[in-house]
Design a protein around this ligand. Structure first.
Ligand code: ATP
Ligand code: MG
Length: 330
């Protein structure tokens, strides 16, 4: 049984300017701005929420099916994902556009000038899920991660129509989506994932109360950074899971995607909600302790050791049989 991960696939190009942007702007000349910054560092990272989640599941031994749209520049990234166990055969390659790209320059004061090119991602709405299901046999779960908005709506509707279990993960797309669109993305989801801020935004925009949201989904998982994770279901006791103690975040971006990857993998292994959330937290810790969203690794022994310290030896014993013997390394 396969998990399909729909969502953005993108690369980040991060540059550092060894000066201060504000000193470069000439007062009174803003309408004539023409600036070029000589940067002294360029780092490229593979990213995009869909690809990040698929990467994490691949590390944990699943073969997630990545579903999204990319450009002809995707070869290296494709090879990387395949090396980490991701099935990329349902990724759609655009004939005309490049893979989505985030380009950001940061100055010495941490000020940023960035652009996001959505590129081939805009074509994700042309993807139908039924052929994906037919190719892999059946789909156990479809993750609807942040992506081209039309694609998110289309995938969700197709899931409802065809009866595929789905996980609503609108994340940053909640910021601009209106109430009607958010209600359509969430209604009938088996799982809903938000962080705490997104949870508040979701309620505000949909007009639904907390209980009404819970009534529309099977399980609602809310991540709260260092404060842990809350897992709620109508009529069941709320589960609270702590964040891994002594987590030393270097860059928190990607923690959310890693947490989802760990949670979904552990559920696929057949573990309960609490244990799966713990696995998610442990994977998230690995992700936030490195720069980049697909730069972490999950070495079996140290992962289990830290897991046992955080959640107990019995919990670790339950997880151990499912972790790949020799994990695909980053
Ligand atoms: N400071 C931290 N200490 C411990 N764990 C953390 C910390 N920050 C993030 N995490 C881990 O990452 C998970 C997701 O983080 P968070 O709740 O901030 O989600 P998010 O805002 O969606 O993240 P992202 O930036 O990836 O979108 C947390 O549930 C936790 O397991
Ligand atoms: Mg997030």
């Amino acid at each position: 049984m396969s998990v399909a991960v729909t969502g953005s696939i993108a690369t980040d190009h991060l540059m550092t300017f060894p000066g201060s942007f504000s000193e470069q702007f000439v007062e009174g000349q803003m309408e004539n701005v023409s600036l070029s910054f000589l940067v002294d560092d360029l780092v490229q990272h593979r990213g995009g929420a869909g690809a990040n989640m698929a990467y994490g599941m691949g590390l944990l031994g699943l073969t997630p099916v990545l579903v999204g749209s990319v450009g002809s520049d995707f070869d290296d990234y494709d090879a990387w994902l395949q090396r980490h166990g991701v099935d990329t055969k349902s990724v759609r390659w655009s004939d005309v556009k490049h893979t989505a790209r985030f380009t950001c320059t940061t100055d010495v004061g941490g000020k940023q000038i960035a652009s996001f090119y959505s590129g081939a991602m805009a074509e994700a709405s042309m993807i139908e899920l039924a052929p994906v299901a037919a190719r892999v046999g059946s789909l156990d779960l479809v993750i609807i991660g942040p992506n081209d908005p039309t694609a998110m709506v289309r995938h969700t509707e197709e899931c409802r129509e065809r009866g595929y279990r789905f996980m609503a993960d609108p994340s940053q797309q909640l910021a601009w989506a209106d109430g009607e669109m958010i209600r359509s993305l969430v209604d009938g989801a088996d799982l809903l994932f938000t962080n705490e801020y997104e949870a508040a935004l979701l309620k505000q925009k949909t007009g639904w109360t907390h209980e009404e949201v819970l009534g529309r989904v099977g399980t609602w998982v809310t991540t709260r950074a260092a404060n842990g994770v809350r897992v709620e279901q109508t009529g069941a006791e709320t589960i609270e899971v702590i964040a891994v103690p002594e987590t030393k975040p270097v860059e928190p971006t990607g923690g959310g995607d890693a947490l989802r990857a760990g949670f979904v993998a552990a559920r696929q292994w057949g573990l309960g909600l609490e244990r799966a959330t713990q696995v998610g937290s442990a994977v998230a810790t690995a992700a936030v302790e490195v720069v980049g969203t697909q730069e972490y690794d999950l070495p079996r022994e140290s992962f289990l050791e830290r897991f046992a310290l955080a959640f107990g030896a019995d919990a670790a014993d339950e997880v151990a049989p499912h972790l790949p013997q020799s994990p695909r390394s980053a």
